[in-house]
Design a protein around this ligand. Structure first.
Ligand SMILES: Cc1ncc(COP(=O)(O)O)c(C=O)c1O
Length: 292
């Protein structure tokens, strides 16, 4: 990612040189929201959906965005151009801005927008081909009455604690359960399982971020005639699944070969393959063939 570029306060600079003032409340308190957006063939993928979610996240934390969709799209396009490669990853961050040391957000006068273009490889080629190993984390997803999972905020600490558990267990990724023990999602991705030819994914109410890739996969699978359902899942359902995969902007689609030490019967499984092919075709159609 250090090869990238960064837009901030109206100018684009090399990512290595970009710095944020220490009194920014995004740094002091994680007070802000963000989006991760991929670009392919020089064009941002699902940009509108990401900007819509960013705006909803911002509204949910009472952060007024002074930039409309057109202004944000323009900055994203400029950053992609400055990055210079046709494929990469955009991190769009809005913080509450600078204020005094106290927590009170009303002391911050102006939000800060940061738009980074760089590379993000969450999963190596080998892991993507062979599948990754998951562990169920003891760290739980925050309850919605603490922090609604639909807000894509700068607070990822419980995900990081879960990811540390995965690292310690020698696994690639952790699965977070909610306070009731139902499956929520991965640390930075949504989760799908296949059972008896059906594709199942936890509902947002169980603590999943309403992932843009997740929604697209549900749609593309439906178009392929694969039955899909948003269904509350327990660890038992993961352990007895026919196949499992992760979805996300950073991760794209990643097949899973093992969960909590239990090997899955198929990896990459047939439903994963069909979804991955439809996903790749969709990206080509929308970024390569259609005008921006
Ligand atoms: C916690 C979490 N869940 C799921 C996802 C996947 O969402 P999307 O497909 O919109 O990138 C992300 C992506 O950043 C995430 O951070």
């Amino acid at each position: 990612m250090d090869q990238g570029v960064c837009w901030m306060d109206g100018r684009i600079q090399p990512l290595k040189e970009a710095t944020v003032p220490v009194l920014d409340h995004g740094l002091l308190y994680g007070d802000g929201v963000f989006e991760g957006i991929r670009f392919y063939f020089g064009r941002p993928f699902m940009l509108r959906a990401h900007l819509d979610r960013l705006r909803r996240s911002a509204r949910a934390i009472a952060l007024d965005l002074p930039w409309d969709h057109a202004a944000l799209s323009d900055i994203v396009a400029r950053v992609i151009e400055a990055f210079g490669a046709p494929e990469g990853y955009i991190r769009l961050i809005v913080t509450r801005g600078e204020g005094p040391l106290g927590i009170d957000p009303s002391s911050c006068r102006r939000p800060r927008l940061i738009v980074i273009a760089g590379r993000l490889e969450m999963v190596g080629h080998a892991a993507r081909a062979e599948g990754v190993r998951l562990v169920t984390a003891a760290t739980r997803r925050l309850p919605p009455d603490g922090l609604d999972p639909r807000i894509k905020s700068l607070n990822y600490l419980n995900h990081i604690l879960a990811r540390l558990e995965a690292n310690r267990a020698g696994a690639d990724e952790a699965v977070l359960l909610n306070a009731q023990g139902r499956v929520a999602e991965g640390t930075a991705d949504n989760l799908f399982i296949a059972r008896d030819g059906r594709l199942l994914t936890p509902p947002v109410i169980d603590g999943a971020l309403p992932g843009i890739t997740r929604a697209l996969i549900l749609r593309l699978a439906g178009e392929q005639g694969i039955p899909t359902e948003e269904l509350s899942l327990a660890p038992y359902d993961l352990h007895t699944a026919d196949e499992c995969f992760l979805s996300g902007t950073g991760a794209e689609l990643v097949p899973v070969r093992e969960i909590d030490g239990r090997a899955l019967p198929a990896c990459p499984g047939p439903l994963y393959r069909r979804c991955a092919e439809a996903f790749t075709q969709h990206i080509e159609r929308h970024c390569r063939e259609e005008p921006a």
